[in-house]
Design a protein. Structure first.
Length: 184
């Protein structure tokens, strides 16, 4: 969705209380906000709560949005940042991060999309790994999630190094096919 389309949705929400516009904004920004909150050190459960609170604020304040002053993403992420700060202060577990920290976390749409895509890809890979033969899945898990080298894997599994490399090669071939078939 383009920046202009997002701004138009936010204006429509503010002017007409357009529920469809709200839904589209939620669908677009909710995963990005959750990722933003988690990168800032918030746990997953609180991140989801903050997304809900942020969208409640967006619903209440959409009539204040002025597309001439800021992009929709900037306006929404500013509300998100403020929601997080308010929550942390109210829980007295606030760890201060300076403005430069938060400014660096207000990333571009491209970076937000890349983060969401990365999470979706991780889900797809996890699903595909469950479809591999167990001996191949074990090697892939050790290599990528435990950062084990081929030699470490061979030693831990008491297998020849060539066998580990062959299973890894076979697993990659199957993963390529499986990832094309597994739906996000």
């Amino acid at each position: 969705m383009t920046a202009g389309q997002l701004s138009a949705l936010l204006v429509s929400l503010g002017d007409q209380r357009d529920r469809l516009a709200f839904r589209q904004l939620f669908d677009h920004f909710a995963p990005r906000l959750k990722s933003y909150y988690m990168k800032a050190g918030t746990n997953p459960q609180m991140s989801e709560e903050l997304v809900q609170e942020t969208f409640a604020q967006i619903w209440r304040k959409a009539h204040l949005y002025d597309p001439a002053k800021a992009a929709a993403s900037t306006w929404i992420f500013t509300i998100a940042r403020n929601q997080r700060i308010d929550r942390l202060r109210s829980e007295k577990s606030f760890v201060f991060k300076d403005q430069d920290y938060f400014a660096s976390k207000l990333v571009t749409e491209e970076e937000q999309s890349r983060d969401v895509y990365r999470n979706e890809l991780a889900d797809r890979v996890s699903k595909a790994l469950t479809l591999l033969p167990s001996n191949q899945a074990e090697i892939v898990n050790m290599a990528f999630f435990e950062d084990a080298t081929h030699a470490d894997i061979a030693q831990r599994l008491k297998l020849p190094l060539g066998t580990v490399k062959s299973r890894m090669r076979l697993a990659f071939g199957r993963l390529r096919k499986l990832l094309a078939e597994v739906e996000a």
